[in-house]
Each structure stands twice: as C-alpha cells, then as structure tokens.
Design a protein around this ligand. Sequence first.
Ligand code: UTP
Length: 481
Amino acid sequence: MKDIILNDLKQYGQEHLFTFWDSLSDAEQRELLDQIQSIDFALIARLYEHRNTPAESLTLADRASDPPAYKFSTVTDQTPCKPRKPVSVEEAVSAGNDVLRRGKVGVILVAGGQGTRLGFPHPKGMYPIAPVSEATLFQFHFEKVLAASQRYGYHIPYCIMTSSATHHETVDFLEQKNYFGLRKEDVFIFCQGTMPAVSLETGKVLLDSKGGIALSPDGHGGMLAAIARKNENGISVLDCLRQRGIEYLFYNQVDNPLVRICSPEFLGYHLLSGSESTSQVIRKRFPTDKVGNIVEVDGRLYVIEYSDLPEEVARKTNSDGSLKIWAGSIAVHLFNASLLDRTSKIATSLPFHIARKKVPFVDLATGERIKPDKENAIKFERFIFDLLPSADNAVVVEVDPPNHYAPLKNASGSPSDSPETVKRDLAAMYADWLRKADAVVVAETPVEISPLFADSPETVRQKIEKGTVFNTPTYLKSSTQ
Ligand code: UTP
C-alpha cells in the first residue's frame, strides 16, 4: 500500500511526506496514510501553480456598482437604497412569517474556525459572552432557534458545521448541555473538510509532526461540500433537509451573538424579490472600511475583499455624496436550498483563496519542529460569499450594527470586536429594547434578555410592565429556564 502511494506522491514531488516513515508506530503509519489519501495532490499542484494569479475580483472592481438593496426597519440612516422591486416592511414580515409557519426554513451555523485571534483554548462557540448570565455563544444561538421553533410551531432543523479543530469538543459540549432544549434529532452536526498547508517557496506539503500533515479547516466555504457529503448511510445533511421540506436556509457564523436568526422581515425581502441568496450588509463608515464589499457586476452580486478594492474605486461617490460601494458583508445570508443543492454538484462553484501564513513545520533534515517568525506557507480556503455570483436575483438587506452585529474576533483588551466590546454592545441593545418598552434602565446597569424570554423589542413590550426600573445587573429569562 505504502509503495503504491509513494509512487503517486513522486508524480507531484511530495514523496518527502514519508521521510520519517520508519520511525513511526503502526498506528501512526496508518494515520499518515489516511491523511495522505484524503488529499487531492493534483488540485494542490494546480493551486500552487496559480498562486500569483490575481483574484478575479480585481478585474471586477472597475465595473462594480451598488447592489439591489432593502433597508431593515431598525436602520435609521436615510441614504436611499435601490430595491430590486418595492417591498414594504409589513409585506416582508408577513411573507416571512408565512414560510416560517409553513415550516420551510432551516438554520446553518458555521463553527469550524480556529479562532486564532481570540486565543480561547476551546471552540469559539463555548466562549461565555453574555454580559450578566455568562451564557456562551452557542447558548445564544441555540436559544434563538428554539424560540423560533416555539413561535412557529415546528422543529427547525439546526445544522452545525464543525471542523477537525472544533468537532469533538463541540459535540461533547452540546450533548452535555442537552442541546439547550432542542431535540437531538433536530441538530445536524457535520464536519467540514481540511486542506494541507504548503511551503511558500517550494509548494511541498508541510509536516506538522513526523507522522502528521499540517492540515487546517478549508474555510467557511467548506460548508457547501460538507453539507452535500453523503454519510455512511448514503445520506447528506441536504438530503435530510429536503426530506423535511426545507426550502430556505438561514446562515450565520458563531461569533456574532446579535444576529436575528430567522428574522421574518429579512426572509420576506428574500422571498418577495425572488432572490436565491440574500445577504445582510452594513453601511461602510468610510471608503477603506475593512469589510468585504458586496457589489453588482453585470447583474450578478460579488464580494470584493477590502484588500482587493482599489482605493480610487472605493472613494467613488453618488451625487448626494454617499459612497457608491457602500455595502459591507456581515456574513449573514439566506440561501434557497435548491441553490446549495445545485452549486454543491459543481466542483468549481467556490474558488480557493490563497493566504500566506506562518505555519509550524517539521524540518526534514533534523526532524525538529520549527515555529517560523515570518510567513513560510500557503493555506487554501474557500469562502461562502463566493456563492453569490451563482445566485439568481441576489439582493442585500441593510441592517444596523447596534441591532444586528457585534462579532467576537479579537482577544480581551483589543479596541474592537473583543469580549468587552461584544458584552457592551449586547447590554446596550437589551437596554434599548427595555427602554422602548417604557422601562427605566439606570445608566451603566448591565441587562440581558434570554432569547427564550423575548427576542425582539416587540416581545419585550408584551412582557415588561411600563415603568419597571432596572438598577442592578439583571438577566431576564423564561420561567422554564
Ligand atoms: P473567521 O474568518 O473570523 O475565523 O471565521 P475564526 O476562526 O473565527 O478566527 P481567526 O481568523 O482564526 O481569528 C468566521 C466564521 O466562519 C467560521 C468560524 O467558526 C466563524 O464562525 N469558519 C471559519 C468555519 O466554520 N470554518 C473555517 O474553516 C473558517
């Protein structure tokens, strides 16, 4: 077996992966063979060869204009958007509620990232982020799905993508927490694929140990292949969703506890504009804001990363002075299940992106593990937003960060997207909901509302008596919690 594989590897100049073969135990040898067999070396060779080919988005920037867009009802900024066709808030909410009542919506959470910037030694979903209760990111998300299931009267299927970096701990944690009240059979945990890191200089796959390849998750875009991958019984997550009659999938990332999962208004814009893919965006604060730019080119939507958007294009303005390229993606999407099904069958639906990184590796001459101090490797990742150009009639919905977006990215003490800023933003949003319900929240008093108590200002109003005063840290939860 080993000799056949070795011959194969020679074709691609990757035979060094067997350098330490004789020093490995039987189990380690089996593990190494498994890893090698999981890699598409022809693909790696192609990707390395094209490592300097400019991203397609660079050629798009000159032709880019603003995408068709709707404004979510909580947005106060008045800059006009151009909708694909006019849809009122009431029409959107009503259409969204209708498909939810008919049980047509499922939810996907991607939680396979390594969370390197945060530096938390567990999957990011296990981070205790709530300002009062210290509930984890997972708890927020699961309770939102449970709240929506209760409101709309069906068991919303909840698909959780993990990676080799997060899978086992996530599975154990969720089981131990009893899926925060969801039924186990409604939670579909599936693991994304991996890609090897290669040497920047030679394209050779790096060893992380003498018997192990330097592998990492293949990016959140790995969701597309992973959700369509058949298990040992020949059934994929997409098949399970289809069997349940799911037609729409709400997609979000684990790091943003403000996300409004299954918002009927968001769903409604998607449905009534005939879109196959709808994305939430925030208005860029300045031309070079570090967000992915959603733009329209020749009737299709694309994301141009901030690093790929030439400054002269970023600075273009409309006659009212507003930015032409204004829509920053916050990685919340709605996909038609049929779009995921169709594109998952096409291997090239999502391109691989190349990232130059510092990746520890085993020195082949000495067997020593080296931690490089400068970029030495290329990692290959797919991004889910590259699905947008494949979608018919794609649109965006502008949302406001205070009500929708506070991602946990950076370590404690960082000026933005840190545990402190996310807790602050959560507490500020809940205080705002309570004040809208005519309660009094004394300044600086942290307040928190479980999604099972209320998941919008409207539901808070139904449950809080006018004039209630909050002057000590308070966690409002449902009576069954
Ligand atoms: P980020 O790109 O912010 O990465 O992921 P990260 O892992 O959270 O953090 P850093 O960059 O290492 O510091 C955005 C979302 O995509 C998911 C993450 O779990 C997060 O929800 N993701 C990312 C995956 O599910 N798989 C991946 O391979 C990468």
